[in-house]
Design a protein around this ligand. Structure first.
Ligand code: M6R
Length: 354
């Protein structure tokens, strides 16, 4: 059941500390802190990685591809529906990683099948034991988020990000102690975000039919979270929302920015730099209300209307915390608007047609 929450989505957002703990369990060696994933025995370091996924899982893949690239493996995230094996060079040195919560998404399954027949090494990262995608691949990594009922993916996104962090460390043998230490603290950090979040106040202020659109911006590891924040809001509130890497603002979207386009800016880690603050000032000087989700302990040197704080942590993991705040923003805005939160119109939990 909903364990006393009004919606499955809210329950699942609050499940995240437990979901992350389950994902980590038994996978971080106590002695030297190295990552060890039993299921992945025999998986060698690939020459390159292709992620294939849809929707929220694609956003997790963008995040994962960056993790692999940072560890020296050329990696690209593809929308599964756009993955064209015939035209993309692929061989046994290529690991094709299908990221799919349900393990039943038709486009992702089709991409994995093609990758298999082209001779790639395939890996499925899934939440559902025995799902079609987990049977299709050479290797499976389960994210262990527990059942997710709400159509909007929430805890599975966090668990995918954590699982991909583990996978990148396990495959490359690169164990960054600071990140691993921060991973251990992540469930507690998520819990403190949940305990202290005041996003219902932000939602009450901006859930307004007078608004034209909502924008979400971020850089680096925070860019996929900006995309995800927008997807979550549009999916359950039916408001027009767009997310993009902040650097893209000046290349088009800025034309839409007015006092009726609230902008949510994820300002974490390296993205706390000048450039991001410059992007914030670009929108606020056009009158847009700005909400900054940030781990900065210092006041931001930019013109923002609200600061939504998150605990300071490893720069790669901070966006996971920021995302929890954005999930709550979407939830409370949809609730203000009286939407059907767990079952948004026109959408299905699992998309089994191409
Ligand atoms: O089960 P999958 O992870 O393969 O699903 C992919 C998408 O259909 C899914 O993430 C969808 O975008 C969610 N409803 C977003 O909240």
């Amino acid at each position: 059941g909903k364990s006393g929450y009004d919606h499955y989505m809210l329950k699942e957002i609050h499940d995240q500390p437990r979901a992350i703990r389950r994902c980590l369990r038994g996978r971080l060696r106590e002695l030297d802190g190295a990552v060890e994933i039993d299921e992945l025995g025999g998986l060698d370091r690939p020459d390159r990685v292709h992620f294939v996924a849809c929707g929220t899982s694609y956003h997790a893949s963008l995040y994962g591809a960056r993790l692999f690239r940072e560890r020296g493996i050329p990696s690209t995230a593809f929308l599964a529906s756009e993955y064209d094996v015939g035209k993309i060079p692929i061989d046994e040195g290529t690991a094709v990683i299908g990221v799919t919560q349900s393990g039943e998404t038709a486009d992702t399954l089709a991409a994995l099948r093609e990758a298999n027949s082209a001779g790639a090494t395939t890996v499925t990262v899934s939440n559902v034991v025995g799902s079609s995608a987990s049977r299709e691949a050479d290797h499976v990594l389960y994210i262990r988020a527990g059942p997710e009922i709400s159509v909007a993916a929430t805890k599975t996104f966090a668990s995918q990000q954590v699982a991909l962090t583990l996978l990148a460390s396990a495959i490359t043998g690169a164990c960054d102690r600071d990140t691993l230490e921060a991973l251990r603290s992540l469930p507690d950090h998520v819990q403190s975000v949940l305990d202290q979040s005041r996003t219902h106040e932000i939602a009450a202020e901006y859930a307004d039919a007078e608004m034209d659109a909502y924008f979400f911006i971020g850089r680096g590891y925070a860019a996929p979270v900006a995309l995800e924040g927008a997807l979550k809001l549009k999916e359950i509130s039916y408001a027009h929302a767009e997310g993009f890497p902040a650097g893209e603002l000046k290349h088009g979207p800025l034309a839409l920015v007015t006092e009726r386009t609230p902008v949510f800016a994820v300002v974490t880690g390296d993205s706390r730099a000048e450039t991001m603050l410059g992007n914030i000032n670009e929108v606020s000087s056009r009158g847009a209300p700005v909400v900054a989700v940030t781990d900065s302990p210092e006041p931001l040197a930019a013109d923002v209307d609200h600061v939504v704080p998150i605990p300071e942590t490893d720069p790669r993991l901070a966006p996971i915390l920021a995302n929890v705040q954005l999930q709550l923003v979407a939830y409370w805005i949809a609730r203000e608007l009286g939407r059907s939160i767990d079952k948004p119109r026109n959408l299905a939990k699992s998309v089994t047609v191409q």
